[in-house]
Design a protein. Structure first.
Lengths: 89, 306
């Protein structure tokens, strides 16, 4: 996700490595996340991932985890919401 | 990217999504994880990680069941169970490929197909025969030799269609090469107005009076050593000459007919051989003792060129 590095380096003037939650959200189709450390909850309507700086909730319908491992996760289905639940922004 | 060879599993237990965490911590990537019940989850892993799954959950509270494999893996497994079939298929393909290059028959067609027997011999000498392998290089050699072998064959083609080599021989008309002129002669007496020689030796000059039959251009050229070498003539000459014609008759009408007849007679007598063009410059008619004497002054263009 090179775009994130560009955004972060421009905003904070130098923080290139961001260990918090990173997500790319395609509304109604999928959500891709990085820096995922675990799955806190998983149902067909909601998947909550644990990251080093909090939890990220992906909500929608008919959700399935298309890919998970090595810190990456891809949730497919009717994804309607990607929300940071707690921790630092 | 999802791996081509995958194994599918079903895991049952409390919080089956925690099982995915356990797999992720052990370096096993999970694909297509889908919850099928409150305590059941289906997922897939790469085929090379399948044994790891059972090892990771051995002795745990999860029940892991292998439910299937990806289509590619099933296909490979089916092929491995039937080695004879695979070998047979491979052998069949190899034989088909090899046989496609074989020649099983030679057909000779075309208007010169009467040379079929010799054509087949020529092909065999070039390396194309029954039960031999066909190559474009050999076909090219055969093509050239067929054209050289038969003088009256204007077209020869060798091509392969399946296992049959088709030879097409078409006869063509033998065109005779026209004989080249070795000299240019004056067809009538007159004055040379123009003489242009491209090849040969000029034997007259512009303004010279020549007689009928005189050589105007000779087919020879002088070499550097002064020796003459025979060649063909390529030249153009404009000759101003006279033509006399006499016809019996009298009167104005007869004179007109005599003039016309004289022109026709001049064209018939002089426009042959090397004469290319005839122009009547002057015409005179005189009545003499019951006859009309016509005198024409003509410009005759003689040309020999290749």
């Amino acid at each position: 996700m090179r775009l994130f590095e560009e955004i972060l380096s421009g905003a904070d003037g130098g923080e290139v490595a961001f260990s918090g939650a990173k997500a790319v959200f395609l509304g109604g189709r999928c959500a891709a996340l990085e820096n995922v450390r675990g799955i806190f909850a998983y149902t067909a309507g909601e998947v909550v991932f644990e990251t080093s700086r909090g939890r990220v909730r992906v909500a929608g319908e008919d959700l399935r985890i298309a890919r998970y491992g090595e810190g990456d996760a891809l949730v497919e289905g009717k994804v309607r919401l990607v929300e940071l639940l707690e921790g630092e922004a | 990217m999802k791996p081509l060879f995958r194994d599918s599993f079903c895991i049952e237990g409390l919080s089956p999504h925690r099982a995915l965490d356990r797999l992720a911590r052990r370096g096993v990537r999970v694909f297509d994880a889908c919850k099928t019940g409150p305590a059941r989850l289906n997922f897939a892993v790469s085929a090379k990680d399948a044994e790891k799954v059972f090892a990771i959950f051995a002795g745990s509270c999860y029940t892991v069941t292998k439910t299937g494999s990806s289509r590619a893996k099933r296909l490979v497994a089916a092929v491995r169970r039937r080695p004879g079939f695979v070998c047979g298929a491979a052998l069949f393909l190899a034989l088909s490929f090899a046989a496609d290059g074989l020649v099983l028959r030679v057909d000779v067609t075309g208007s010169a197909a009467r040379y079929a027997a010799r054509a087949e011999e020529v092909l065999a000498e070039a390396g194309i025969g029954v039960f031999s392998f066909y190559s474009e290089e050999a076909a090219g050699r055969a093509r050239s030799r067929l054209l050289a072998e038969f003088a009256d064959v204007a077209f020869a083609e060798v091509e392969k269609s399946g296992c049959v080599v088709r030879v097409t021989l078409e006869a063509g008309e033998i065109a005779e090469v026209p004989a080249r002129k070795s000299e240019l002669r004056a067809p009538a007496s007159g004055e040379v107005e123009e003489l242009t020689v491209l090849r040969g030796e000029a034997c007259a000059e512009e303004g010279q009076q020549v007689a009928a039959g005189d050589v105007l251009v000779l087919g020879r050229v002088a070499g550097a050593d002064g020796a003459y070498k025979e060649t063909f003539v390529s030249a153009r000459c404009v000759l101003r000459c006279g033509y006399a014609f006499t016809v019996a008759g009298g009167g104005e009408e007869a004179v007109r007919r005599a003039l016309a007849a004289a022109r026709l007679s001049a064209e018939r007598d002089l426009l042959q051989g090397d004469a290319a063009e005839l122009t009547v410059l002057e015409e005179h008619a005189a009545e003499q003792g019951g006859a009309i004497a016509v005198t024409l002054v003509l410009r005759l263009v003689l040309a020999v060129s290749y």
